[in-house]
Design a protein around this ligand. Structure first.
Ligand code: ADP
Ligand code: MG
Length: 407
């Protein structure tokens, strides 16, 4: 094994629950089952308060689950103290020691991990080199920009050659331009350390879509969905995923009978629409469901599925126009390119989309889409107006659990 390659070790959550409060009355993580493969980047994506940091802290050993087990590789680490778990961790606020030089900060974890003294200088240099900070070894944190401090924090986490790297919103304190530079850096680091499993906590879908091999979507202390970015974007399984990963039209429909050709038919405000069949058991005929169509897959004019309505708003967004069209009391968004004539407010227009671009979803429990920005709510209908079909989270009485709205 070369000195830079740690043993490949994934992360496994087995039914992990974490509760805060003196009597454990506040459930922050509810029965999490999730596996991060060796060398995989898994993003934990969800609104503020959804339990992401709690999940990370359970891996690091900073909180003790009330039930369930955490594995790193095939080792059950549930009862191990943090420093014996072989993990590197980076948090939002860098957390460098202000009175220590960069090199001392990076050496700190090595000493705590009992790395032999003669190896320390070499390991510090190697870690600083990896994040492009070798020239700053003698500086103090206050002499560095935010981005540089975060690089040092990453170097400190990497210096112990962890099998598992935990990153908790590592870019959220940086401004937008630095953030995209650091995203590219993290992608490069991952290519250089192909055996390190990374659990990357973020509420930012762009970071998750850019960096992750798979995304675990969290809401209200629970795992809602998990899949590759493409999967979650193209075939979300819940309304929450549809609206949190990308932008979505979510239309209330009633399921009609399946066609002999396998195409599903649904009724939307008196119009019959065709939907490609969903994998597995779709909703039964007569059931209420939600039709999800991405705005960029909705075009102007007639097509396989046609909706007619009135233009309520037009936003110019550089490469596209976003049209908001009122269709039978519901606002439908269409991102349209290269318009020869821009529709005017009040114009009657036809919109179309293909059956294969529409996904049929079960109707969510009340409030599950409440963290979507206001422009996602259909006109004249708030998410709370939706009928409840799925059972609500049994422990949703937990104060503050999933109350975030920063999605
Ligand atoms: P996220 O990282 O997704 O924003 P957290 O895991 O930090 O969410 O928090 C999940 C829930 O647990 C929130 O409701 C939060 O208020 C609560 N919580 C977090 N840490 C503590 C704590 N130390 N004591 C009590 N409640 C906490
Ligand atoms: Mg957090």
């Amino acid at each position: 094994m070369s000195p830079k390659t740690p043993p490949a070790s994934g992360i496994r959550f087995e039914q992990v629950s974490v509760a805060y409060g003196r009597r454990g009355e506040s459930v922050a993580l509810d029965s999490l089952d999730l596996t991060v493969e060796p060398g995989e980047v898994m993003a934990l994506l969800g609104p503020s308060g959804s339990g992401k940091t709690t999940a990370l802290r359970a891996v690091a050993g900073f909180v003790q689950p009330v039930s369930g087990r955490v594995f790193i590789g095939d080792r059950d680490v549930t009862g191990l103290p943090p420093h014996r778990r072989g993990i590197g961790m980076v948090v939002q606020q860098y957390a460098l020691f202000p009175h220590m030089r960069v090199e001392q900060n990076v050496a700190f974890g090595l000493k705590a991990n009992r790395v032999p003294r003669r190896e320390i200088a070499g390991r510090v240099a190697e870690a600083l080199e990896m994040v492009g900070m070798a020239a700053y070894a003698r500086r103090y944190p206050r002499e560095l920009s935010g981005g540089q401090q975060q690089r040092v924090a990453i170097a400190r986490a990497l210096a112990i050659r962890p099998g598992v790297l935990l990153l908790d919103e590592p870019l959220s304190a940086l401004d937008a331009q630095l953030r995209s530079g650091m995203l590219a850096e993290l992608a490069r680091l991952h290519r250089e350390l192909p055996d390190v499993s990374i659990l990357y906590v973020t509420h930012d879908q762009v970071e998750a879509l850019t960096l992750a091999d798979r995304i675990a979507v969290m809401d209200k202390a629970r795992l809602q969905d998990c899949g590759t970015p493409q999967d979650l974007y193209r075939r979300p399984r819940t309304e929450f995923t549809a609206s949190f990963v990308g932008n979505a039209n979510l239309l209330p429909v009633t399921v009609a009978a399946d066609d002999a050709d396998g195409t599903e038919r649904v009724d939307f405000a008196g119009t019959t629409l065709a939907v490609a069949p969903s994998p597995g058991d779709g909703p039964a005929p007569g059931a209420a469901a939600t039709l999800c169509v991405r705005p960029h897959l909705v075009g102007l004019g007639e097509g396989e599925n046609t909706l007619r309505g009135t233009v309520a708003e037009v936003q110019w967004r550089g490469s596209t126009h976003r049209l908001f069209v009122d269709v039978a009391g519901h606002r439908v968004k269409a991102d349209v390119r290269e318009l020869r004539t821009t529709p005017l407010l009040g114009d009657q227009v036809a919109l179309h989309f293909a059956a294969q671009d529409a996904v049929l979803l079960p109707v969510d429990s009340v409030g599950a889409t409440a963290s979507a920005p206001a422009d996602r709510a259909p006109a004249g209908q708030t998410p709370a107006d939706r009928p409840a079909a799925a059972p609500t989270l049994a422990k949703s009485a937990a104060p503050g659990a999933g109350g975030g709205t920063d999605g």
